[in-house]
Design a protein around this ligand. Sequence first.
Ligand SMILES: *Cc1c(COP(=O)(O)O)cnc(C)c1O
Length: 368
Amino acid sequence: MAKIHYTKPSITELEISYATDAVTHGWGDRCYEYIGRFENAFKQHLGVSYAIATSSCTGAMHMGLAALGVAAGDEVILADINWIASAAPITYLGATPVFVDVLANSWCIDPQQVEAAITPQTKAIIAVHLYGNLCAMDQLLAIGKKNHIPVIEDAAEAIGSIWHGQRAGSIGAFGTFSFHGTKTMTTGEGGMFVTNDQELYEKVLTLSNHGRAKGQTKQFWPDAIGFKYKISNVQAAIGCAQVERIEELIAGKRRIFEFYREKLQQLPITMNPEPLGTQNGYWMPTMMVEPSVVFDREALLRTLKENDIDGRVFFWPLSMLPMFTEKSANTVSYSLYSQGVNLPSFHEIEYTQLATIADIIIGFFEKG
Ligand SMILES: *Cc1c(COP(=O)(O)O)cnc(C)c1O
């Protein structure tokens, strides 16, 4: 039996034909053509006014935070359970990430903990929609408004997630996306900065062009030190095809999640929630074993591996990492991580493969 990967892109003739066209003809006067198309198509999908394609989500977040004026001595609040990419750009700017606890049911940032962590140094709140699960945006936006602090969305994992009619990433001051090869839609490496705020857009546009302002007529005359996080035309061509197929890609993720939910419902676990009025893009189907149940996640991952199946550990609390300060007061984060496992969900996974995975997991629990 072939190895079952946890993620893998869905690449069709469409991606291949656009990429071939870009690499054949997309030079000289046409070297930005697919980039413009990609930004426009993504804007339309998301329902936002402005988009800038980048080489990564990390880069998009770095520029967005810089445009908000985050600098040395500032603090940015985000959830303890996260991938490092959401926190690293804060440190690039000399600011400090403040890790707060998550909610037990959504695994996303706890608004009450956010409010308690606000200081005069707080410059931004980052809402990361973990594994497709949506943050409590209404509460976060209210806290942001009351304290005059922008709420940002890292929506890298939330393609296809919709919060009361608004797509994840389109709700906060700005949103960032990743098109890394493991994500729901991919360009290999790549990302996107999106916003509805014209001023912020123009700031990031300048930053993204090595600090050269849009109206600047002098050639090779940067007005500020900027960044270099551009996407390439060939990657954008792949992105154009992926956006055309986005509904199919999202439906695929949801189909896979439904299968697991149905098959595993007898187990003492919860999976990614989908509260009323929302849709979950289910980037990564995740099983979270109930706190009262003793669970050896390493043993389950080993069992999966023995069957050539890729499982994945739930993110560690970032404050556990050696470069940060441990914050075991984040009790939910510190009790969740060892109970969670991400399950394989690449687009072309077959029902027989899903059934095999589910049977192995059920067998693992039955063995005790
Ligand atoms: C994947 C991911 C990133 C990093 O994306 P890159 O494109 O690799 O920089 C950032 N934030 C979250 C939540 C992610 O899942």
